[in-house]
Design a protein. Structure first.
Length: 237
């Protein structure tokens, strides 16, 4: 689909691909693009998570906690300056955002979404706290007019991220209280904590809600460390 869409504005071969995190809907065409001669960029953690073979990223870089928001790669092409900016472990432990300086656009991948509830893939190194940190970083990188492009949902501006951030903070706090009282995951899920957000959350399926609440339930107990891009998360029956 990306190839098909790209031919709407160019027939030139795709030379550069950046994987903004490891999920199949963001890496699945790597083999195809590598076969066409593209060079694939990604965080080192992401490369470690992929099976060896065609389409594994060849140029890698790391998130530097001492310099959040610093571009790891800057490309000057077609009159545009494009930055690959590695993110803290947030949606996964291998996230990258892509800034188009001239166009004033930032592709913000999946730590924010406005279709379905927040998804921190903790097993792949993500965390809800990291997603809050990622939103905070965007608030400093973007100006009021910057177009933000999420991986799932519609185009937004930085102020649109704030209600989402507030929801994550609210749910974490309420789940923390319940878990602190010894409430089981089953009972926390049954408490329907997201009810007041359903009206404003497109794609609010039961699965999306339960996943979000389960993430919060695991996270308030403390997450295992990230090792080679992964965490060994508890399994819930
Ligand atoms: Zn994803």
């Amino acid at each position: 689909m990306v190839r098909k869409r790209s031919t709407e504005f160019t027939n030139a071969p795709i030379k550069v691909v950046v994987n903004t995190h490891v999920h199949g809907d963001h890496t699945g065409a790597n083999g195809f693009f590598a076969g066409q001669g593209a060079v694939i960029f990604a965080q080192e953690n992401l490369r470690k998570e992929m099976a060896p073979g065609a389409g594994v990223p060849v140029v890698t870089y790391n998130y530097d906690a001492a310099a959040p928001g610093r571009a790891a790669v800057t490309l000057n092409m077609n009159g545009e300056t494009v930055d690959f900016i590695p993110m803290m472990p947030s949606h996964t432990a291998g996230d990258t955002i892509v800034r188009f300086r001239k166009a004033n656009v930032i592709y913000i991948e999946d730590f924010y979404r406005n279709f379905g509830y927040p998804f921190a893939d903790q097993g792949n190194g993500g965390s809800l706290q990291g997603m809050l940190d990622a939103v905070d970083l965007i608030e400093t990188l973007a100006d009021a007019k910057t177009t933000l492009v999420p991986g799932h949902g519609t185009l937004v501006h930085k102020q649109d991220l704030l209600p989402y951030r507030a929801m994550v903070v609210d749910i974490l706090a309420r789940v923390k209280t319940l878990r602190g009282q010894g409430t089981s995951l089953k009972d926390v899920l049954a408490a329907d904590l997201t009810a007041s957000y359903d009206k404003t959350t497109l794609g609010d399926t039961q699965q999306s809600k339960d996943r979000f609440i389960t993430e919060a339930y695991d996270e308030v107990a403390g997450l295992p460390p990230v090792v080679d891009g992964k965490r060994s998360m508890p399994v819930h029956p």
